[in-house]
Every structure is written in C-alpha cells, then in structure tokens.
Design a protein around this ligand. Structure first.
Ligand SMILES: [Zn+2]
Length: 308
C-alpha cells in the first residue's frame, strides 16, 4: 500500500535514495509540493520515532497498545491547523522482527496521512527490515535499483537541510552503525550544501564509550568517526535520534542532541511518549512535545534552540 504521497511538485523538495554499500549513492528525486498550499508550513515537520507496530492491532507490550498510540498520533498530525511539510518516523517502525505483517498493520495506520497528502519518510531501526518494509509500503522503495543498501533521504527545506540516515545493521540486533560508505556519502552530501544548517537524523543513539567487555554496542558503534564527521562541518547543528525511548534535548559542545520520544511504550515509568512538532527557523529549531497522555507533566514542553 503506497503511503508516500506523490504530490507533484514544481521544485525538488525531497531527495530519497539508496546508498549502495561499496558504491556511490544512488539518489533519486521525489516530487514534494510546498508553498503551493497556503495552509502548509514548509518549515514544519512532524517527528515520530519508535512506533513498534506489531502484526495485529490488539497486540499489547509493556501495558501499551502501540497501534492505538500511532493511530492517535496520526489523528493529531492530520488535525493540525497548520499543515506540516511532512512526517518522519525515525526507525523501529515495526515491533521487533520487521515482519511483513507488522508493516501491513503500519500501512493501515498511516492511510490518513496519505489521504491528507502528507509526505512520509521512514528511517530504519534495529527492529526494521528493509525488504519487508518496501514490500508493504511500496512508495518508500527508492526508484533506483536496490542492492545491499542503506536507505537514506535528504529533505531540502527553506531554513535547513535534513539528512535522514540508516543505522540498521541486522534486524533484531541492537547494535547500530552508520558505516564507512554512508559516512563518505554523508560528508559529500553535507559539503555540497554549505549554505544552510544541516540537521542529521538516524535511529540509534550515539554511544560515546565502548560497552563493557562481553557486552554488545547498544548504540552507534562508529559514534567516534560519525561525530568527528558531524563536527567537522560548521553547518551541522543537530543530531536527532530515537532508540532509547527517552525524550531529551541536550548539547555536546556545539552540537544539539535531540532524543525523540517513542510513540510506543516508554522504558522508564514517568517518561513521556508521543511525538514532536519541529519548526526550523532562520536561526534555529523550535520543538514542541506532544504527549500520548495529554495530562503528562511534560505535555506541550517546548525548546527554542538557537544555532551557535
Ligand atoms: Zn531501536
């Protein structure tokens, strides 16, 4: 079921492609209209992460019905008075093993976004499976042939360029990795866009220290190389990620680190789940937390980040 809208633009807004491992990036262009509709804010994106959609709507984990949560979020996004330019789900779209049935359920949940003409992009988390995803959400499949690959997207918006990366190594293996080929591609893609802030997103958390002996990396295995790349470009302002189900906005030197909340369950009682409405400005990024529980103490929490 296609969920990517193909709304037919006069200019290129979204570039999506597949990065062939060991080769050059293959980048295709999808049309994405903005500015054609006065009610759409081209600087506004709905950021979702860790939806963990299972094979059937009634499945519950950690006292949470993940399908209900996503349906609620989709209702909220489509009810926004100002239309966002798109919706991103930053990985762990599927529950645990990236089953075809998970993506079939996900596709059904996302139909209202398609009906509303909202472009969607999914990134790959450790519980995702590229082949099963592309089979069930065919509009997500890049137009170029897919070999062994990473799934990457560039969103070019008026105030910033977003680089959506693929940190999946193997389905249902916790460790994430950007990898040398994707880092090389990213360096070129960022260097080619020097005139606007670059906001980089991948599913996995950065992991600054190696794991204890005998333990697996739970975050991005090549965090050191990846961070070195990001900080080598002055236009890179923020890294956004999910995976740890732990909403937070912090800073490491000049780089903003934004940990998106899960749409699905939280790992620690009292943490918020929900989604984030993000609006880029000429000088920064405004974030607003929308919680699943409207009575959560952090409901509506806002951050107005200013680029240094
Ligand atoms: Zn994850």
């Amino acid at each position: 079921m296609p969920v990517h809208t193909g709304s037919l633009s006069r200019r290129d807004f979204l570039t999506q492609g597949t990065l062939a491992v060991g080769g050059l990036a293959v980048v295709s262009t999808l049309g994405w209209a903005y500015g054609e509709d006065a009610a759409t804010n081209p600087n506004l994106l709905a950021l979702l992460s860790d939806t963990h959609i299972p094979n059937a709507p009634e499945v519950i984990a950690r006292d949470t019905n993940m399908t209900s949560n996503l349906r609620q979020v989709v209702r909220e996004v489509t009810a926004l008075k100002t239309r966002p330019a798109g919706v991103v789900i930053n990985g762990d779209c599927a529950y645990l093993k990236g089953l075809s049935e998970d993506y079939a359920n996900l596709a059904k949940c996302l139909v209202p976004l398609q009906e509303a003409g909202l472009p969607l992009h999914l990134t790959m988390g450790n519980h995702d499976h590229r082949g099963h995803l592309f089979a069930e959400l065919q509009a997500q499949r890049p137009k170029q042939p897919v070999l062994e690959s990473k799934h990457v997207t560039i969103l070019e918006t008026p105030h910033a360029n977003w680089f959506l990366l693929d940190s999946l190594t193997e389905t249902d293996v916790v460790t994430g990795e950007i990898g040398a080929e994707q880092r090389d591609w990213l360096a070129k893609a960022i260097a080619a866009r020097p005139d606007k802030p670059a906001l980089v997103m991948a599913h996995h958390t950065p992991q600054f220290e190696p794991p204890a002996e005998g333990q697996a990396w739970g975050g991005i295995k090549d965090t050191a190389e990846f961070l070195e790349l990001l900080t080598s470009f002055k236009q890179v302002k923020a890294f956004l990620f999910g995976h740890s189900h732990n909403w937070s906005v912090t800073k490491r030197d000049k780089l903003q680190l934004i940990n998106l909340p899960p749409v699905a369950y939280v790992f620690a009682a009292g943490k918020p789940n929900g989604w984030v409405l993000a609006e880029t400005r000429a000088d920064g990024l405004s974030l607003e937390l929308r919680t699943i529980d409207p009575a959560h103490k952090q409901s509506g929490e806002k951050f107005d980040l200013v680029w240094g």
